[in-house]
Write a protein that binds this ligand. Structure first.
Ligand SMILES: Cc1ncc(C[n+]2csc(CCOP(=O)(O)OP(=O)(O)O)c2C)c(N)n1
Ligand SMILES: [Mg+2]
Length: 388
């Protein structure tokens, strides 16, 4: 990106650091949010990368970075494809134009890139496990830091993440889970848990909590905190699956309301038990094409990329060809039928297609039996084994 083009920016200028973010006033924050968005859109259009997820979490990231210290606290992103605003606001704005270029800023959190990146990611659903590890280590060493897992709705509702949720109860440690619910995976979100999240999102507690906070904030904040905390317990009903797992569920809240998000994060900071804050956001927020077609704008290719035929295109064509003659052909994808070019297959073929599956261990066992007499492509399963 041409840094000269940023001269019109009010806040996000060369040399911008995390400290500058802390010095901004409340009314400046929406302006900063728009400037962050513009930088992301501009850079991703040129260099390629993930677009919709990062655009959707700009406000949440601002709130989080004003309430937590990214150098001392441990903020762990799931997948990490939504971490562009975080990178820009944690002292990497000047380098952000090198996103995904050789020796440039990585498209995912990287420990060797910044002291604010605490966990290398790429595969989904690892954040809560990593956060639990950090929280346990903190307790053992009597350290003073917050641990936050920042996870998307589709990443939360599969085996690896659910396993970690199951274990939160056992660790009895303080942990903050921020659920960024944009109702999308790469494609549509599916599965039984998806229904649970949708029901929670439809809950009207957000307004009630906002009113409760408004009622108490004239009192000194620490006092208000106690009252609101008690109130939250009563307000956030009906009882839900997270409460059943001994994880306090607060929400749902508007993830684009920075002021309110900051208040909820402040409450979570002062809460001594595991808590999950459920925020509703819009994938692709602020860029109309991405809001309207979040699947297409989940990820863009670099502007000058040569359009060679990809491995996915070749493989999907073969699958389509086989499927014409054999109704037993099934395709499975790790929640990325678009990315692996299987859309046409899923539209045309009559057979069962199980897609949007992220938990590969589960998929492996399922496929082993489905394909007892067939052939199994296990590329992503192998990659997850190696990388995780
Ligand atoms: C194990 C694994 N399976 C599949 C993927 C491909 N993948 C990348 S992002 C993503 C969707 C994540 O959805 P969500 O967590 O809701 O985040 P959003 O993109 O909506 O912000 C998937 C399936 C992956 N990274 N890792
Ligand atoms: Mg999502």
């Amino acid at each position: 990106m041409n840094l000269e083009g940023l001269n019109n920016n009010k806040f996000l200028k060369p040399g911008f650091t995390h400290k500058d973010l802390l010095n901004l006033s409340e009314k400046d924050l929406p302006v900063l949010a728009e400037e962050v968005r513009a930088v992301i859109i501009d850079t991703v259009k040129k260099n390629g990368g993930h677009l919709g997820s990062s655009l959707g979490v700009v406000e949440l990231t601002i709130a989080m970075l004003r309430k937590f210290d990214p150098f001392n606290d441990r903020i762990i992103f799931d997948v990490g494809h939504q971490s562009y605003p975080y990178k820009i606001l944690t002292d990497r704005f000047d380098q952000f134009h090198t996103l995904r270029l050789k020796d440039g800023i990585s498209g995912f959190p990287r420990r060797n890139e910044s002291p604010c990146d605490h966990f290398n990611t790429g595969h989904s659903s690892t954040s809560i496990s990593a956060a639990l590890g950090y929280a346990k280590a903190r307790d053992l060493l009597h350290e003073n830091r917050h641990v936050i897992a920042f996870i998307g709705d589709a990443s939360l509702i599969n085996g690896l993440a659910l396993e970690a949720l199951n274990y939160v109860h056992e660790t009895k440690t303080k942990l903050i889970i921020i659920l960024n619910d944009n109702r999308h995976s790469i494609s549509n979100r599916v599965g039984g848990f998806s229904t649970i999240l949708a029901r929670l999102s439809a809950n009207s507690t957000y307004k009630r909590i906002k009113n409760a906070i408004r009622k108490y904030t004239p009192v000194r904040f620490s006092k208000a905190l106690e009252k609101v905390r008690d109130l939250i317990k009563k307000i956030i009903k009906p009882h839900n699956i997270f409460d059943d797992l001994d994880i306090n569920y607060w929400g749902p809240f508007d993830g684009h309301d920075i002021k309110n998000a900051e208040k909820m994060l402040e409450l979570a900071k002062n809460f001594d038990r595991p808590v999950l804050l459920h925020f509703n956001t819009v994938k692709g927020k602020g860029f109309k094409p991405a809001e309207e077609d979040p699947t297409k704008y989940h990820q863009l290719s670099p502007a000058n990329e040569k359009k060679a035929r990809t491995w996915s295109e070749a493989a999907s064509e073969i699958a389509e060809e086989f499927a014409i003659n054999d109704p037993r052909i099934i395709c499975f994808t790790a929640a990325m039928s678009t990315g692996v070019k299987l859309e046409k297959f899923s539209r045309q073929s009559v057979m069962w297609e199980l897609q949007k599956v992220i938990c590969l261990q589960w998929l492996r066992d399922l496929l082993r039996e489905v394909c007892a007499h067939g052939c199994l492509f296990i590329q992503l399963f192998c990659s997850a084994l190696w990388i995780n």
